[in-house]
Design a binder for this molecule. Structure first.
Ligand code: CMC
Length: 429
């Protein structure tokens, strides 16, 4: 037990408990601060605020460490597959052979979608962004499975909702893509493993048998694992805060998808490839674009650079950079933006502006190049991020529910008008 923290306010000393995590992370518990002192804490953007105690993901931004349930991301990305990692995140431990087989089977059993969902899908114009389509389809599950709305549902009902979500998400993602192409949707195939089945639903032509290249499904497994959880980021906090009102799992995840969509979060992977294409089409002068990113009068930012918590390197970016080279080589793809990406990275890493601000390539700097090599179109990149992040969101929602966390409700410092009397419009002139 650590010594309490002391805070001196208006000449009086107050003591606040200090809590410690399993990796020696320390926090001052300010839960009683307002009752004791009348003060609240102020931290715009939650830059230094812990909102929960969590046993799911450990991240050390200074050391570049990321572990799911204690397992280093490097080992999981190399040796595991996405479904196994999903199980680990949601249920807390790696599955035994039997547990994995049962989990895999239940995912196969629930991968079909109610045919009426197609009516909703067809209501969207073909140019709708697939992130909007996906969040709507996920939320529509509340209509097909109304028992999921009950905050006091049994553990079995909750687990059924979890399985349905993991099982139906790839089908919905692929259908959102097919919709944007105006093509008929494909149904899931039980005999295919998760990633191969997903690629089948995305790309199979009804008139041919689709062969999934194992290099492609391996690459996809790796990308999804790297995105599977990232502790209390913007979309995960959204899932938790929506879930804290006892909203359903489907409603909470749908909200998380919308939070992920923004260009500062998951939307960055789409922005990175668009930026690289723009630089290429503009003649490939990386110095010019670095200068733009540094110019405070120019809104341009180097997308795929910087991270709120990683201040030395993003361990996921390290893995992905190597994977990118391997996959492009194995698939025989020569993407000219890869050379621009490497040049940009080198230039930025040696530039005082980026070094001073600890701005390094993040996970999304190279992920788009891999997605493109796998044949996935640019406007689907953030949807792919959502597919990967799903088990993390579910695990966090489940943890919040199991620990009976109270509703999330931050406070504020009000800086508006003081009280004033209403004057009728006639008198206001
Ligand atoms: N290009 C140029 N300058 C930057 C960049 C960038 N990509 N990122 C941060 N800065 C500058 C920023 O202008 C500020 O400079 P100054 O101190 O002179 O005002 C300083 O660095 C700190 O930036 P910040 O916006 O206060 O940092 P933050 O922690 O609030 O934001 C971030 C983190 C990821 C939103 C930001 O670095 C960024 O916008 N990056 C580009 C978008 C991106 O790649 N996002 C994906 C993140 S990884 C995927 C995920 O997990 O979501």
């Amino acid at each position: 037990m650590s010594n309490p923290a002391q805070i001196i306010l208006d000449g009086k000393t107050f003591e606040l408990p200090v809590i410690e995590g399993s990796e020696n992370e320390k926090a001052i518990d300010i839960g009683k601060l307002r009752d004791l002192t009348g003060y609240i804490t102020y931290d715009v953007g939650y830059k230094n605020t812990g909102v929960t105690k969590s046993a799911i993901t450990f991240l050390d931004g200074e050391e570049g460490i990321l572990r799911y349930r204690g397992y280093p991301i490097e080992q999981l990305a190399e040796k595991s597959n996405f479904l196994e990692v999903a199980y680990l995140l949601i249920y807390g431990d790696l599955p035994t052979k039997e547990q994995y087989a049962a989990f895999d089977k239940s995912i196969d059993d629930h991968s079909m979608i109610h045919e009426d969902v197609k009516t909703i899908l067809h209501g969207f114009p073909s140019y709708a962004h697939p992130m909007g389509v996906l969040s709507s389809l996920i939320c529509s599950l509340t209509a097909f499975y109304p028992e999921s709305l009950n905050p006091n549902a049994s553990e079995k009902t909750i687990n059924d909702s979890i399985i349905r979500l993991i099982a139906k998400m790839p089908t919905m993602v692929a259908w959102a893509y097919k919709k944007s192409k105006g093509r008929p949707v494909n149904y899931p195939i039980r005999s295919l493993e998760y990633c191969a089945n997903f690629m089948h639903m995305m790309f199979a032509d009804p008139t041919e048998i689709y062969e999934v290249d194992p290099v492609v499904s391996d690459a996809l497994n790796k990308l999804l694992i790297l995105h599977a959880d990232h502790e209390q980021n913007c979309s995960t906090s959204t899932v938790r805060i929506v879930g804290s009102s006892q909203a359903s799992l489907y409603g909470s995840i749908s909200a998380g998808i919308n939070a992920l969509w923004g260009p500062l979060h998951g939307g960055a992977n789409q922005e990175v490839i668009e930026m690289l294409d723009q630089i290429k089409n503009d003649g490939g002068d990386t110095k010019k674009w670095i200068a733009k990113a540094k110019d405070k009068n120019d809104p341009f930012r180097l997308m795929g650079f910087g991270h709120r918590v990683y201040k030395n390197f993003d361990p996921r970016a390290k893995i992905i950079k190597k994977a990118c080279d391997d996959i492009l080589h194995k698939l025989g793809v020569n993407d000219p933006v890869l050379a621009i990406a490497k040049e940009l990275e080198q230039a930025a890493l040696n530039d005082e502006y980026f070094v001073e601000r600890k701005l390094y390539p993040n996970v999304d700097f190279y992920s788009g190049i891999i997605y493109r090599a796998l044949g996935i179109p640019t406007n689907m990149f953030t949807v792919m991020f959502a597919l990967g992040r799903l088990p993390g969101w579910i695990a966090q929602w489940k943890e919040l529910r199991n620990t009976k966390e109270p509703i999330g409700r931050p406070r504020q410092v009000y800086i508006g008008e003081k009280t004033r009397d209403y004057v009728s419009m006639v008198d206001r002139g």
